[in-house]
Design a protein around this ligand. Structure first.
Ligand code: NAD
Ligand code: ZN
Length: 378
């Protein structure tokens, strides 16, 4: 490859500061160092976690950064020590690594990995680890991936090699939202056949959770959202009952409890709101109800009455749907190619990278499920 070993100048959408539109800039992307892979990003989804960092999370030291963590691309070149990947491989960059050596990777109980950048923090890579510069400044890599850039550099323990037949403008959604929601139902909640489930929040993450409940054989899948425009889509993924909390004067947990003779077997919070997290817990049945936190926030404490748990409910959280990232993503790509999981139905808008601010506005106003941005031609 003509570019191997050289700095690549390319386009990226840079978040210079919180609460401001992203700016298209020319950035420099350094060659991959030992154990790193440089990827030409072909397509990326826009996930609510990108908006969270830009508008809500706001760690002062989290900017300037290139956002985007739901991408797919092609290996451009590899650094010393990389044997698993070659230029031309189709890949998905992963925001959690799987080193396959640490005690977490060796345990079947978790997908947390001790070695990746994310072991220290969950938003941006450190100055030292990022491979981006722009106008003489270091630009941080959001969630270690930064897919709102034509090229990015990722450690090989955070890259999944996928089936060469996979369409990158679809499977990019497996880099975050779809694996997250689907796995939260299948791997974390371990939804059982014949069960009753409630999914709170019907963005891509919640809709993927609905699909997970459906594929696990749930009988009743109750979709809950304050935006009733989302219910039609939820039907496509398998929801069969729909509740808008705004239509009721009583707490939503009471509404669900009355609908289900005491509560649902499983609930999944896919909003990122601590109040909704409590409602989701309180909507589950005593004795065996399981509630899973999927929505993202680290700004507020949550609370619940201890008796809710003493009475036999379980409260769990799920990062990336509990999938061991390098192993799980290629399997999900196969499941898409074999038509076991849907992806096309999540995509409501397609745009170019330079329209990223429009895509962000759509999500902010609940007008899309997923916008897929085409970043560079394959
Ligand atoms: P989204 O904005 O597309 O969807 C959120 C949905 O929640 C919207 O449909 C909105 O109308 C609905 N909602 C808002 N308030 C509600 C309420 N009070 N009750 C019911 N529904 C309500 O977002 P998304 O991309 O699907 O992401 C959902 C959440 O998952 C975000 O918090 C995101 O940060 C998080 N997330 C977590 C992980 C993880 O690994 N745990 C990974 C990706 C995303
Ligand atoms: Zn995400």
């Amino acid at each position: 490859m003509a570019t191997a070993g050289k700095v690549i100048k390319c386009k990226a959408a840079v978040a210079w500061e919180p609460n401001k539109p992203l700016v298209m800039e020319e950035i420099e992307v350094a060659p991959p160092q030992a154990n790193e892979v440089r990827i030409k990003v072909v397509a990326t989804g826009v996930c609510h976690t990108d908006l969270y960092h830009l508008f809500e999370g706001m760690h002062k030291d989290g900017f300037p950064a290139v956002l985007g963590h739901e991408g797919a691309g092609i290996v451009e070149s590899v650094g010393p020590g990389v044997t698993e990947f070659q230029p031309g491989d189709k890949v998905i960059p992963l925001f959690i690594s799987q080193c396959k050596e640490c005690r977490f990777c060796k345990s079947p109980k978790t997908n947390q990995c001790e070695k990746g950048w994310a072991a220290d923090r969950h938003d941006v890579m450190s100055d030292k680890d990022t491979r981006f510069t722009c106008k003489g400044k270091k630009i941080l890599q959001f969630m270690g991936t930064s897919t709102f850039s034509e090229y990015t550099v990722v450690n090989q323990m955070a890259v999944a090699k996928i089936d060469p037949a996979a369409p990158l403008d679809k499977v990019c959604l497996l880099g975050c939202g779809v694996c997250t929601g689907y796995g939260a139902a299948v791997n974390t909640a371990k939804v059982e056949e014949g069960s009753t489930c409630a999914v709170f929040g019907l963005g891509a993450v919640g809709l993927a959770a609905v699909m997970g409940c459906k594929n696990a054989g749930a009988k009743r899948i109750i979709a809950v959202d304050i935006n009733p425009d989302k219910f039609e889509k939820a039907k496509v993924f398998g929801a069969n009952e729909f509740v808008n909390p705004k239509d009721h004067d009583k707490p939503i947990s009471q509404v669900l409890s009355e609908m289900t003779n005491g509560g649902v077997d499983y609930s999944l919070e896919c909003v990122g709101n601590v109040g909704v997290m409590r409602s989701a817990l309180e909507s589950t049945i005593k004795g065996w109800g399981v509630s899973v936190l999927v929505g993202w926030t680290d700004m507020y404490d949550f609370s619940a009455r201890p008796i809710q748990l003493i009475a036999g409910r379980t409260w769990k959280g799920s990062l990336f749907g509990g999938f061991k990232s390098k192993d799980g993503v290629p399997e999900m790509v196969k499941d898409y190619l074999n038509k076991k999981v849907k992806l096309d139905e999540f995509i409501t808008h397609k745009m170019a990278l330079n329209q990223v601010n429009d895509a962000i506005e759509l999500m902010k106003h609940g007008k899309c499920i997923r916008t897929v941005l085409s970043v560079s031609s394959a």
